[in-house]
Design a protein around this ligand. Structure first.
Ligand code: GDP
Length: 264
């Protein structure tokens, strides 16, 4: 093998093994699996409830430009490789969430470029739906905050951007994206207080110096804002869309594609 061929071979195998990967999270029924089929094949399709995380290979459509692609032509063979990414679809059911958490801690987490947290924007207009979603999001953000704090001392994982995909905006009962953001921030404020009180009552998480306080965000005791996560290098965007459109056709997810392209 000539040095150039070897170099090319190494470059290709590295390119292949390191497809940008995004983790799909969110409550059961939010639309994760339908979104995964849309990202994969351009059409949403009927889904079955998955029990295990699944890695799905996808390509950016021609209309969306990856930042890394620059000015090069679509016919350039390296462009196709650069348009490739993967999503990991995870079961949303409470009892199966350990799979989702495992995806953040396992070896595959090194390839992670971001998290897409899918929200049913209609379901969170009910108190139960809101609390369920906000609790999941609170726990996820706290995990990422801790992971980030640990990474500062060792050569640990870097932080991840999060897209909160406010889905099902085609439904008449859905909240618009700005309200999805506000409802979630307010409810996370409540979840945080409940969690802190629970820990206090049980005596867990209080060491002698009282330093082990598990408190989400750096914004102090005031209302929680997603912007507070910037301290932990976690960039959060809430963007509306709908995976399914009229008569089961593909809906409107262009802004999500754009977010994926920017983070590949
Ligand atoms: P998952 O549990 O998060 O994987 O959710 P699924 O992908 O199984 O979706 C749950 C249900 O919501 C399915 O019946 C989907 O067809 C439906 N769904 C997903 N996205 C949309 C959307 O944008 N609009 C509407 N109206 N329904 C959607």
């Amino acid at each position: 093998l000539s040095p150039i061929a070897l170099h090319l071979y190494l470059y290709r195998s590295r390119a292949r093994s390191s497809a940008s990967t995004f983790l799909l999270l969110g409550s059961s029924g939010a639309g994760k699996t339908t979104l995964a089929t849309l990202l994969q094949g351009g059409q949403p399709s009927k889904t079955h409830t998955s029990q295990e995380p699944q890695t799905i290979e996808c390509y950016l459509p021609g209309t969306i430009e990856a930042l890394s692609q620059g000015y090069r032509s679509q016919n350039d063979p390296t462009v196709k490789a650069e348009r490739k990414f993967a999503v990991i679809d995870t079961p949303g059911h409470g009892k199966l969430r350990h799979h989702a958490i495992a995806s953040l801690e396992g070896p595959e987490s090194k390839e992670l470029r971001g998290i897409i947290f899918v929200v049913d924007s209609a379901a969170i207009s009910s108190p139960t739906g809101l609390t369920e979603t906000a609790t999941y999001l609170h726990d996820l953000l706290l995990l990422l905050q801790k992971r980030r704090a640990d990474a500062k001392s060792s050569k640990g994982p870097v932080s991840l951007p999060i897209l909160i995909a406010a889905n099902k905006l085609d439904l008449f009962t859905a909240l618009p994206a700005q309200l999805v953001r506000k409802y979630l921030e307010d409810e996370i404020t409540n979840v945080r207080t409940t969690r802190a009180k629970g820990l206090l009552d049980s005596g867990v998480g209080m060491d002698d110096q009282g330093e082990e306080r598990e408190w989400l965000g750096e914004g102090g005791d005031g209302p929680f804002k997603f912007g507070h996560m910037a301290e932990s290098d976690i960039d959060i965007n809430v963007v509306g869309g709908n995976v399914v459109g009229e008569k089961g056709q593909a809906g409107e997810v262009n802004e999500w594609w754009a977010w994926i392209a920017d983070n590949m």
